[in-house]
Design a protein around this ligand. Structure first.
Ligand SMILES: O=P(O)(O)OC[C@H]1O[C@H](OP(=O)(O)OP(=O)(O)O)[C@H](O)[C@@H]1O
Ligand SMILES: O=c1cc[nH]c(=O)[nH]1
Ligand SMILES: [Mg+2]
Length: 209
Protein backbone atom coordinates (compact mmCIF):
# COMPACT_ATOMS: atom_id res chain seq x y z
CA UNK A 1 0.00 0.00 0.00
CA UNK A 2 1.28 3.46 -0.89
CA UNK A 3 2.01 5.72 2.03
CA UNK A 4 0.12 8.89 2.85
CA UNK A 5 2.40 11.74 3.91
CA UNK A 6 0.74 14.78 5.44
CA UNK A 7 3.28 17.57 5.18
CA UNK A 8 2.56 19.43 8.37
CA UNK A 9 5.40 21.96 8.16
CA UNK A 10 4.31 25.21 9.85
CA UNK A 11 4.88 27.28 6.70
CA UNK A 12 2.58 25.00 4.72
CA UNK A 13 -0.10 24.96 7.41
CA UNK A 14 0.08 28.75 7.73
CA UNK A 15 -0.22 29.34 4.01
CA UNK A 16 -3.04 26.80 3.68
CA UNK A 17 -5.08 28.87 6.12
CA UNK A 18 -4.99 31.83 3.74
CA UNK A 19 -5.56 29.60 0.71
CA UNK A 20 -8.71 28.25 2.37
CA UNK A 21 -10.00 31.69 3.42
CA UNK A 22 -12.94 32.76 1.25
CA UNK A 23 -11.71 36.37 1.40
CA UNK A 24 -8.45 35.53 -0.40
CA UNK A 25 -8.66 36.74 -4.01
CA UNK A 26 -7.24 35.06 -7.13
CA UNK A 27 -3.91 36.93 -7.20
CA UNK A 28 -3.00 36.02 -3.63
CA UNK A 29 -4.50 32.54 -4.01
CA UNK A 30 -2.25 31.83 -7.01
CA UNK A 31 0.83 33.13 -5.20
CA UNK A 32 0.12 31.02 -2.12
CA UNK A 33 -0.55 27.86 -4.14
CA UNK A 34 2.76 28.39 -5.92
CA UNK A 35 4.60 28.87 -2.63
CA UNK A 36 3.06 25.83 -0.98
CA UNK A 37 3.80 23.73 -4.06
CA UNK A 38 7.45 24.72 -3.88
CA UNK A 39 7.59 23.74 -0.22
CA UNK A 40 5.89 20.42 -0.98
CA UNK A 41 8.44 19.69 -3.73
CA UNK A 42 11.10 19.73 -1.02
CA UNK A 43 9.41 16.86 0.83
CA UNK A 44 8.33 14.90 -2.24
CA UNK A 45 11.93 14.69 -3.48
CA UNK A 46 13.34 13.61 -0.12
CA UNK A 47 13.99 10.04 -1.33
CA UNK A 48 15.94 11.04 -4.45
CA UNK A 49 19.25 9.19 -4.37
CA UNK A 50 22.53 11.07 -4.26
CA UNK A 51 25.87 10.23 -5.82
CA UNK A 52 29.31 11.45 -4.88
CA UNK A 53 31.14 13.93 -7.03
CA UNK A 54 34.34 15.95 -6.77
CA UNK A 55 34.63 19.67 -7.34
CA UNK A 56 37.05 22.40 -6.38
CA UNK A 57 35.90 25.09 -4.03
CA UNK A 58 37.99 28.30 -3.92
CA UNK A 59 39.73 26.69 -0.93
CA UNK A 60 40.48 23.28 -2.41
CA UNK A 61 39.08 19.96 -3.61
CA UNK A 62 35.85 18.70 -2.07
CA UNK A 63 34.03 15.38 -2.26
CA UNK A 64 30.38 16.31 -2.35
CA UNK A 65 27.01 15.08 -3.60
CA UNK A 66 24.59 15.63 -6.45
CA UNK A 67 21.23 14.05 -7.26
CA UNK A 68 21.89 10.87 -9.19
CA UNK A 69 20.67 11.64 -12.70
CA UNK A 70 16.95 11.52 -11.97
CA UNK A 71 14.55 12.27 -14.81
CA UNK A 72 11.43 13.84 -13.39
CA UNK A 73 8.06 14.50 -14.99
CA UNK A 74 5.44 16.80 -13.52
CA UNK A 75 1.90 15.99 -14.56
CA UNK A 76 -0.66 18.63 -13.61
CA UNK A 77 -4.31 17.64 -13.90
CA UNK A 78 -5.93 20.56 -15.76
CA UNK A 79 -7.01 23.07 -14.88
CA UNK A 80 -6.30 23.44 -11.21
CA UNK A 81 -3.08 21.44 -11.28
CA UNK A 82 -1.55 24.21 -13.40
CA UNK A 83 -1.43 26.36 -10.29
CA UNK A 84 1.15 24.02 -8.77
CA UNK A 85 3.52 23.74 -11.74
CA UNK A 86 5.68 26.84 -11.34
CA UNK A 87 6.31 26.31 -7.64
CA UNK A 88 7.48 22.75 -8.26
CA UNK A 89 9.60 23.78 -11.26
CA UNK A 90 11.44 26.28 -9.06
CA UNK A 91 12.95 23.35 -7.15
CA UNK A 92 12.99 20.79 -9.99
CA UNK A 93 13.77 23.01 -13.00
CA UNK A 94 14.83 20.19 -15.33
CA UNK A 95 11.51 18.37 -14.99
CA UNK A 96 9.44 17.88 -18.13
CA UNK A 97 5.77 18.76 -17.84
CA UNK A 98 2.99 16.55 -19.20
CA UNK A 99 -0.64 17.63 -19.11
CA UNK A 100 -3.77 15.60 -18.45
CA UNK A 101 -7.03 17.47 -19.03
CA UNK A 102 -9.94 16.26 -16.92
CA UNK A 103 -13.03 17.88 -15.56
CA UNK A 104 -15.40 16.38 -13.10
CA UNK A 105 -18.98 16.08 -14.35
CA UNK A 106 -21.02 18.00 -11.75
CA UNK A 107 -23.88 15.46 -11.83
CA UNK A 108 -22.06 12.14 -11.88
CA UNK A 109 -18.80 13.41 -10.26
CA UNK A 110 -17.00 11.20 -12.79
CA UNK A 111 -13.92 12.60 -14.57
CA UNK A 112 -14.24 13.46 -18.27
CA UNK A 113 -11.01 13.46 -20.30
CA UNK A 114 -10.36 16.25 -22.80
CA UNK A 115 -6.58 16.44 -23.21
CA UNK A 116 -3.47 14.34 -22.77
CA UNK A 117 0.07 15.30 -23.78
CA UNK A 118 2.90 13.52 -22.04
CA UNK A 119 6.68 13.17 -22.41
CA UNK A 120 7.52 10.23 -24.69
CA UNK A 121 10.08 8.77 -22.26
CA UNK A 122 7.45 8.35 -19.53
CA UNK A 123 8.68 4.91 -18.35
CA UNK A 124 12.11 6.37 -17.48
CA UNK A 125 10.77 9.26 -15.42
CA UNK A 126 9.79 9.71 -11.81
CA UNK A 127 6.34 11.20 -12.28
CA UNK A 128 4.70 13.61 -9.88
CA UNK A 129 0.98 14.05 -10.52
CA UNK A 130 -0.21 17.37 -9.14
CA UNK A 131 -3.70 18.62 -8.38
CA UNK A 132 -4.72 20.84 -5.45
CA UNK A 133 -7.79 18.74 -4.63
CA UNK A 134 -8.23 15.00 -4.06
CA UNK A 135 -11.98 14.70 -3.48
CA UNK A 136 -13.70 11.48 -4.64
CA UNK A 137 -10.36 10.51 -6.16
CA UNK A 138 -11.93 9.86 -9.58
CA UNK A 139 -9.72 12.40 -11.39
CA UNK A 140 -6.47 11.25 -9.79
CA UNK A 141 -7.30 7.56 -10.33
CA UNK A 142 -8.01 8.24 -14.02
CA UNK A 143 -4.91 10.42 -14.54
CA UNK A 144 -2.63 7.84 -12.92
CA UNK A 145 -4.31 5.18 -15.06
CA UNK A 146 -3.42 7.13 -18.25
CA UNK A 147 0.20 7.28 -17.15
CA UNK A 148 0.35 3.57 -16.41
CA UNK A 149 -1.27 2.74 -19.78
CA UNK A 150 1.67 4.57 -21.34
CA UNK A 151 4.24 2.63 -19.37
CA UNK A 152 4.82 4.83 -16.30
CA UNK A 153 6.49 2.94 -13.46
CA UNK A 154 7.19 5.51 -10.76
CA UNK A 155 4.34 7.80 -9.75
CA UNK A 156 3.66 10.03 -6.76
CA UNK A 157 0.54 12.12 -6.19
CA UNK A 158 0.73 15.56 -4.60
CA UNK A 159 -2.31 17.57 -3.53
CA UNK A 160 -2.91 20.48 -1.21
CA UNK A 161 -6.04 19.06 0.40
CA UNK A 162 -7.26 15.46 0.38
CA UNK A 163 -10.50 13.88 1.52
CA UNK A 164 -10.44 10.43 3.15
CA UNK A 165 -12.66 9.17 0.30
CA UNK A 166 -10.08 10.23 -2.32
CA UNK A 167 -7.19 8.68 -0.44
CA UNK A 168 -9.04 5.34 -0.22
CA UNK A 169 -9.91 5.44 -3.93
CA UNK A 170 -6.29 6.05 -4.98
CA UNK A 171 -4.95 3.47 -2.56
CA UNK A 172 -7.28 0.77 -3.81
CA UNK A 173 -6.83 1.53 -7.55
CA UNK A 174 -3.10 2.32 -7.39
CA UNK A 175 -1.53 0.80 -4.26
CA UNK A 176 1.97 1.56 -5.57
CA UNK A 177 1.41 5.33 -5.51
CA UNK A 178 2.45 7.44 -2.50
CA UNK A 179 0.19 10.39 -1.69
CA UNK A 180 1.52 13.68 -0.34
CA UNK A 181 -1.00 16.17 1.05
CA UNK A 182 -0.89 19.43 2.96
CA UNK A 183 -4.00 18.40 4.89
CA UNK A 184 -6.54 15.61 5.10
CA UNK A 185 -9.97 17.13 5.67
CA UNK A 186 -13.14 15.74 7.20
CA UNK A 187 -15.40 14.51 4.37
CA UNK A 188 -17.15 15.35 1.09
CA UNK A 189 -20.46 17.23 0.93
CA UNK A 190 -23.42 16.20 -1.26
CA UNK A 191 -21.84 17.93 -4.28
CA UNK A 192 -18.53 16.13 -3.85
CA UNK A 193 -16.73 19.16 -2.44
CA UNK A 194 -14.17 18.72 0.31
CA UNK A 195 -15.34 19.98 3.73
CA UNK A 196 -14.02 22.40 4.85
CA UNK A 197 -11.66 22.42 1.84
CA UNK A 198 -11.19 25.62 -0.11
CA UNK A 199 -14.06 25.57 -2.62
CA UNK A 200 -13.39 25.02 -6.32
CA UNK A 201 -9.64 25.27 -6.78
CA UNK A 202 -9.80 25.91 -10.53
CA UNK A 203 -12.35 28.69 -10.16
CA UNK A 204 -10.38 30.33 -7.36
CA UNK A 205 -7.13 30.17 -9.34
CA UNK A 206 -8.57 31.49 -12.57
CA UNK A 207 -11.40 33.74 -11.37
CA UNK A 208 -14.19 31.72 -13.02
CA UNK A 209 -17.46 30.47 -11.53
O1 LIG B 1 -11.24 13.83 -6.73
P1 LIG B 1 -12.31 14.29 -7.66
O2 LIG B 1 -13.70 14.04 -7.12
O3 LIG B 1 -12.15 13.79 -9.06
O4 LIG B 1 -12.25 15.88 -7.69
C1 LIG B 1 -11.05 16.56 -7.80
C2 LIG B 1 -10.96 17.22 -9.14
O5 LIG B 1 -11.90 18.30 -9.21
C3 LIG B 1 -11.22 19.50 -9.54
O6 LIG B 1 -11.17 19.70 -10.89
P2 LIG B 1 -12.44 20.22 -11.72
O7 LIG B 1 -13.26 19.09 -12.23
O8 LIG B 1 -13.18 21.24 -10.91
O9 LIG B 1 -11.79 20.87 -12.98
P3 LIG B 1 -10.96 22.24 -13.08
O10 LIG B 1 -9.61 21.96 -12.51
O11 LIG B 1 -10.94 22.53 -14.53
O12 LIG B 1 -11.71 23.29 -12.29
C4 LIG B 1 -9.85 19.27 -8.95
O13 LIG B 1 -8.89 20.15 -9.45
C5 LIG B 1 -9.59 17.83 -9.27
O14 LIG B 1 -9.07 17.61 -10.56
O1 LIG C 1 -13.57 20.54 -2.95
C1 LIG C 1 -13.32 20.35 -4.16
C2 LIG C 1 -13.63 19.14 -4.80
C3 LIG C 1 -13.31 19.00 -6.11
N1 LIG C 1 -12.72 20.02 -6.76
C4 LIG C 1 -12.43 21.20 -6.16
O2 LIG C 1 -11.89 22.11 -6.79
N2 LIG C 1 -12.74 21.33 -4.86
MG1 LIG D 1 -12.77 23.08 -10.78
Amino acid sequence: MGKVVVIDHPLIQHKLTYIRDENTGSKEFRELVEEVSMLMAYEVTRDFPLQETEINTPVGPAKTKVIAGRKVGLVPILRAGLGMVNGMLKLIPAAKVGHVGLYRDPETLKPVEYYCKLPTDLPERDLIVIDPMLATGGSAVAAIGFLKERGAKSIKLVCLIAAPEGISAVQSAHPDVDIFAGAVDSHLNDHGYIVPGLGDAGDRLFGTK
